[in-house]
Write a protein that binds this ligand. Structure first.
Ligand code: ACO
Length: 289
């Protein structure tokens, strides 16, 4: 459990709080002189939870830090606490979301520039509390607050557990292959009219993905300056790097692999990965956001 040397309860007027770049809980009503103390403590909470999340995902660097949140104007961190545990209470979960300008493929292979695409960027529930429904509670609170629906989210290189989470709670399994590390689920483009397609699907999906890869590199430079390499995973034993989504969904795969890697694996084999359930996973793919 994540406890701190200070009482966390004043930071959590409710079990789930929303924190933006000012590092104060939303609707913070304390006096001005209290703000400095609250932001310092909030920074410590965010940094610690971000580090635990990185460790759980085997990331080289944390995705979520107080400094990064402070500098962003389009990211939000949701934190969940249990004020009844211990004298000071404990923090049990973190969910970071934001919006990204992305080049994304629809089901037909056309590329769209989607501005301010809702994205799940980091998600963590303390190991001692996982699979008790807290992740769902936190996720639902975020959806209600942001007024987002699960099938309209892009997910930044989901872990095995998050893939299972999305399937379990939202029935989201089938993905739309992308050239980047974001995973979209079928239905993402239903009922919306994003930008005019930038590229017509006159080639095979692997060829389109290759073209998109180039485009995405450009967009990454345009839209994600200062965030390069922050989601790199540690490379693991290549002997343990391969499993299928079918394995994931039946919890038979022990290696930590992502849907993006499944898609990447499909690209490597030059197959159509429109239904990623058959894709193989390449662990050589590391995240560059
Ligand atoms: N093994 C298999 N499935 C799991 C596991 C696990 N250890 N943990 C969660 N799940 C999935 C399953 O579908 C599970 O349903 P089931 O128990 O009926 O099989 C479901 O999630 C449980 O739902 P909740 O209890 O609501 O979720 P939880 O509180 O466990 O939070 C979370 C889910 C945040 C993914 C958590 O497991 C976690 O912190 N994992 C480690 C960090 C991680 O992988 N984060 C996602 C990184 S990718 C990103 O952030 C974009």
């Amino acid at each position: 459990m994540t406890d701190f040397c200070f009482d966390i309860k004043p930071l959590f007027p409710e079990a789930i709080i929303k924190v933006s770049s000012d590092l104060l809980p939303q609707n913070f009503s304390g006096k001005r002189f209290m703000c400095a103390d609250v932001t310092l403590k909030m920074a410590e909470v965010i940094d610690r939870m971000g580090q635990l999340s990185a460790t759980a995902q085997d990331l080289i660097n944390p995705v979520t830090t107080a400094q990064r949140l402070e500098k962003s104007d389009n990211q939000t961190v949701y934190l969940m606490a249990d004020g009844k545990e211990g004298a000071n209470g404990v923090v049990v979960g973190l969910l970071k979301v934001g919006t990204k300008d992305l080049y994304l493929y629809d089901e037909t292979g056309q590329v769209h520039k989607v501005q301010r695409a809702p994205a799940v960027l980091d998600f963590y529930v303390h190991e001692s509390r996982q699979r008790c429904g807290l992740g769902k509670e936190l996720f639902e609170a975020m959806l209600a607050e942001e007024k987002w629906t699960p099938s309209k989210l892009s997910v930044d290189r989901p872990s095995q557990k998050l893939i299972l989470f999305m399937a379990r709670h939202y029935g989201l399994v089938r993905t739309i292959p992308q050239a980047n590390h974001f995973v979209l689920y079928e239905g993402y483009f239903h009922g919306v009219s994003p930008s005019m397609p930038l590229l017509q699907a006159t080639k095979s999906v692997p060829a389109i993905l290759a073209a998109g890869s180039e485009r995405q590199r450009t967009s990454a430079m345009t839209f994600h300056v200062g965030e390069a390499n922050y989601r790199k995973r540690r490379l693991q034993d290549p002997q343990q790097q391969s499993c299928s989504t079918t394995d994931l969904l039946s919890s038979r795969c022990n290696s930590d692999c992502s849907m993006a890697e499944i898609i990447q694996g499909s690209r490597a084999r030059g197959t159509n990965a429109s239904h990623a359930a058959d894709g193989q996973i390449s662990r050589t793919n590391v995240r560059h956001t």
